[in-house]
Design a protein around this ligand. Structure first.
Ligand code: DX5
Ligand code: ZN
Length: 218
């Protein structure tokens, strides 16, 4: 499978959100990555249901919602109602990870678990078959524009092996500090979905940046 690209709307210019989403609609991007931060699980606060509903209304691409919030299970239904096509919650933020995964799937949408840089991939072994996606954080969550953590490659290779061993279709997504310097190596290591914030929205030509991150092989 060719890898997917999910630009992170967190880094977009919210003063012209409509235009930014139009640009994504016209681009080669596959999903829109939507970062929700509560100021508790991570130091930063981003946005909530109202903004996500607006993004959904304007967008032609699926919404990949990344919850960086404590007790995420309280809000799955509301994020689905706001327009989420896939919800990832953090392993570190949920006591009953298996139950949370099932709760998302019962809503009829895809379920993902995100892991922080310090969290070992083998902790997901027992739920891997239930998951549509594992989101490997390649920075500490909270902000866009941070430096990619090199130790991540090792985690991705290990996770890919686990997925192949249990013959599951679980996708690997990486999030944080992804750019043209590391994207090819990430895909070669087994990544299926690249999230990109700064490397798209801070680029002089975001459409071209998206195209380059999609066409790594050529
Ligand atoms: C960080 C967020 C990321 C962020 C990525 O906590 O989860 O999705 O927007 O931004 P870049 O690509 O700039 O690191
Ligand atoms: Zn994210």
């Amino acid at each position: 499978m060719k890898h997917l690209l999910a630009p992170s709307i967190l880094t977009a210019d919210f003063g012209k959100l409509g235009q930014e989403i139009q640009m994504l609609n016209q681009s080669d991007a596959d999903w829109i990555h939507v970062d929700v931060m509560d100021g508790v699980f991570v130091p930063n606060i981003s946005f909530g249901f109202h903004i996500i509903k607006t993004i959904k209304k304007l967008s032609t691409k699926p919404l990949d919602v990344h919850l960086m919030i404590v007790q995420p299970e309280r809000y799955f239904q509301e994020f689905k109602n706001a327009g989420a096509d896939l919800i990832s919650f953090h392993y570190e933020a949920s006591i009953h990870v298996h139950r949370s995964i099932q709760a998302i799937k019962e809503l009829g949408i895809k379920a993902g678990v995100a892991i922080n840089p310090h969290t070992a991939v083998n902790l997901l072994k027992e739920v891997l078959n239930d998951l549509d996606l594992v989101l490997v954080m390649t920075v500490n969550p909270g902000y866009g524009g941070q430096k990619f953590i090199e130790n991540s490659y090792k985690k991705i290779v290990e996770l890919k092996e686990m997925i192949q061993q249990c013959k599951s279709n679980t996708l690997i997504e990486v999030d944080g500090g992804v750019d043209l310097n590391n994207a090819r190596k990430l895909v070669q290591s087994g990544v299926d979905v690249l999230v990109a914030g700064n490397s798209v929205f801070a680029a002089q030509n975001p459409l071209e940046a998206i195209m380059n991150l999609k066409e790594l092989d050529s």
